[in-house]
Write a protein that binds this ligand. Sequence first.
Ligand code: SAH
Length: 452
Amino acid sequence: MQKNEIYTVSIDDLTAEGSGVCHIDGMAVFIPESAVGDKLRIKIVKVLKNYAFGIIEEILIPSDDRIVPDCIYHKQCGGCVFRHISYEKELEIKAKIVRDAFERIGKLSPAFLPIIGCESRIGYRNKAQYPVSADKNGNIICGFYAQRSHRIVPVNNCLLQPDIFGRIVELILSYAKEKKIAPYKEENNTGILRHIYLRKGHYSDEIMVCLVVRKSIERELKGLVKRLIDEIPGIKSIVMNINPYKTNVILGNKNVTLWGSDIIKDTMCGNEIEISPLSFYQVNTPQAERLYAVAKDFAGLTGKERLLDLYCGAGTIGISMADKAKTVLGVEVIPEAVENAKENAKRNGVENAEFICGDAGEIAKKLADDGMLPDVVVVDPPRKGCDGQTISAICKMSPKCIVMVSCNPATAARDCSILSTMGYATEKVQPVDLFGGTGHVECVVLLSRNEG
Ligand code: SAH
């Protein structure tokens, strides 16, 4: 097989990145934006040792799964890899991604519960992070990255975000143009404005505008602050985040509140929750509530349990379970999130929850060494999963069950597989779609201690 060759193929599978897969002479060829059942004329664009990539030249017979994408940016933007197929099919694929991870990577055979889908693939996100850059004429732009690239596709009315985000972005970009605030340049870490980061409480409608800059431009932003509060209803917080480093990490450590509060509030599982710019908060609030309800059900609480909530963020999961537990102890590495968690417990009258700031593995090891014996451990790690120290410490504490919440089925399956060698059986897996349209899927797993 060689670059630029043309083939006629049928798509027989779809990857988690939304690429269709066909086989030519036994070799897998990935075709973005295709669907299972498509008959296509394709052009090979890249050939590697064991697989190749192609692009669609012509759709000869379209798959029944196809729909007309409702987004004008769909072809260029790498965000919604499943927008060209029906949501029903997307859910089937996501359920399969989760099942494959546990069966193939984890070599496990838990019960798989039917995936819980979103109500809509539109407007569900409560957060957006738009990278800022310059187009080829030097004009400031922002939008989203094209797939597997750092090229920005200018987008200001993304279907996943609340409509008002588009207006805020336009206002900020026109101000930056007017005041000649330079867009950030990744290549040599120059320029000023790096990201426009927005949050809006799903129930509260409170808005936070966070401008991520390479160095402080507090004075230059005074006029923008005035325009934002005059023109955008619901703004409660305007923050400048300073990130001086040459890095892919979006936020720096330093926040300067330019106007209003340094937090916004929202409701999650009936609790009033405050969040700082640096705190994690699930992006799809109603689906997160369903996710946490499953986690609570899996935890099987009766009111007598000591609960350890590792990777607790702003405390949302532990606080949602506190009424059914004896005690809750949350552990989180971001200090602002721990402050939020403490406040969140207080503002909701939760008196049996405490929070510690530190690395989950180190704190869990210390707790285990001190003889802590929680009945239930909840873990909700970032995409890379739990580290060895965390897993060993959990096993040493010997809880009767572990509830794992994960945004990455592959690392969840890997961690469950390790736990299976340490006395914990993976009982059941509940996939929950928090990220409709995109290639991401969340799951909750129940692991039980083997008795005897
Ligand atoms: N349970 C929370 C947060 C989950 S996201 C919720 O549902 O909202 C994962 C969290 O793990 C983030 O808050 C992140 O800051 C935190 N984290 C990442 N690495 C960590 C570590 N090594 N130790 C403790 N917390 C960590």
